[in-house]
Design a protein around this ligand. Structure first.
Ligand code: HEC
Length: 143
């Protein structure tokens, strides 16, 4: 009898261990975080861009996309999507883009801080960028 209980002891302990493991929930794996800089909206890309908008796209990609994201879809933590109702022509006219590039923007709509002025762009350059952003907006039902 004594011998049997000695043999049983580690078995009982093992069963208790497994039971404890199964009945105590493990900490959940941390929820997947979107990568820093993830796009903030889904943007439908127009099939063709007018010539001015194509030039604007190149300027946008080099001067604006680090904050406003590829296809102006925004970058989480950096800058808002410009393909967004807030920036429709009736609310932010073309001059708002000129002002933003020349003077920067005090943060007021988004939690991403101020936009600094973007040096080295002419009004003509910014007009091309506007043509690009408007083409994207239109393809996404923002008029
Ligand atoms: C360093 C990051 C950064 C860069 C580069 C940048 N922006 Fe911005 N921009 C921002 C942020 C952040 C805001 C949002 C401010 C707010 O909270 O309303 C913004 C806002 C704007 C607005 C809205 C202005 C308004 O009146 O509310 C326009 C238009 C704009 N950007 C255009 C551009 C264009 C065009 C370029 C490239 C020439 C550009 N931005 C480059 C960060 C940036």
């Amino acid at each position: 009898m004594r011998r049997t209980s000695l043999i049983a002891l580690p078995i009982v302990a093992a069963i208790a261990g497994v039971a404890w493991y199964l009945t105590h929930p493990q900490p959940p794996a941390t929820a997947p975080q979107p990568p820093a800089g993830a796009p903030l909206v889904a943007v439908t890309i127009p099939e063709t861009l007018p010539a001015n908008a194509q030039i604007g796209q190149r300027i946008f990609d080099s001067a604006c996309a680090t904050c406003h994201g590829q296809n102006a879809a925004g970058r989480d933590g950096f800058g808002p999507p410009l393909v967004h109702r807030i920036y429709e022509p009736g609310h932010h006219g073309d001059e708002a883009f000129q002002r933003a590039a020349a003077q920067g923007v005090q943060s007021h709509h988004w939690p991403f801080g101020n936009m600094p002025p973007v040096p080295g762009l002419t009004r003509g350059d910014v007009a091309m960028v506007v043509a690009y952003v408007r083409a994207l907006q239109q393809a996404n039902g923002i008029r």
